[in-house]
Design a protein around this ligand. Sequence first.
Ligand SMILES: [Zn+2]
Ligand SMILES: [Zn+2]
Ligand SMILES: [Zn+2]
Length: 262
Amino acid sequence: MERNFILLGTGAGPGLPSFFCDCVACQEARNNPRLSRTRSGAFVGDENKKILIDASPDLRSQLIREKISEIDCMFLTHWHYDHFGGLGEIEYFVKLKRRRPILAYLPPSAVQEFEDAFPNLADVLEVKPWEFERQYHLGGFRLTPLPANHGIETAGFLVESELTRIAYFPDTAGLPEATGRNVYEVDWLICDATFHGENWFPHSHMSIEQAIDLGRSTQAQKTVLTHLAIHYSQPVTESQLTEKVARFGNVIVAYDGMRIKF
Ligand SMILES: [Zn+2]
Ligand SMILES: [Zn+2]
Ligand SMILES: [Zn+2]
């Protein structure tokens, strides 16, 4: 297995389509499931190390789709349902196949919340708090949690090999100054682009335009828009969105299953 960064899901909290929504974007995704978006998460792996970033409520279908059958370790960006709701999916893998707990790095402030919410996973996950700006060496690559702006304690992850730097910030409103310096000139900035049109939560998320601006200010080689709601505040179809970002040569609209070799 070559080393890949895989976007397991690229949708915001409601997913696309949303079961309760009938906007043009949801209609389009219902008619063409290839355009649907599961909740956001990622997988980083090679022959030796297989790391899960976040556990979306869609985790089971994501792992099946990407033919991922092993996980060595997990990192969570933050304690919001769309990023931890799939933790329970790990139970049977650990109990029936792996037979020893998985090391799970959580935001320090989320450790107690995990213990309160998932007492049944006490012998499934060995939970540890991650530390901001500490480099975790994982086989041939390293991962560094960096502070994001999201209302609660939230990290984005800088994932680096010898050749490539990837910054993954699915939930953030801009970046704290120090984080901006740490991700300056990354090869890939994969970031929050939740809103199309008005940004209802300007202190927690970005709009598509703001995400593109962040890519420009950090001088990212490529900016990948993820955590897309697509229906808020103005619903947008895939072709409209692709056309809109096409004029920025280095901006890509993420899709479920997108892979970056690094
Ligand atoms: Zn919709
Ligand atoms: Zn969030
Ligand atoms: Zn989220």
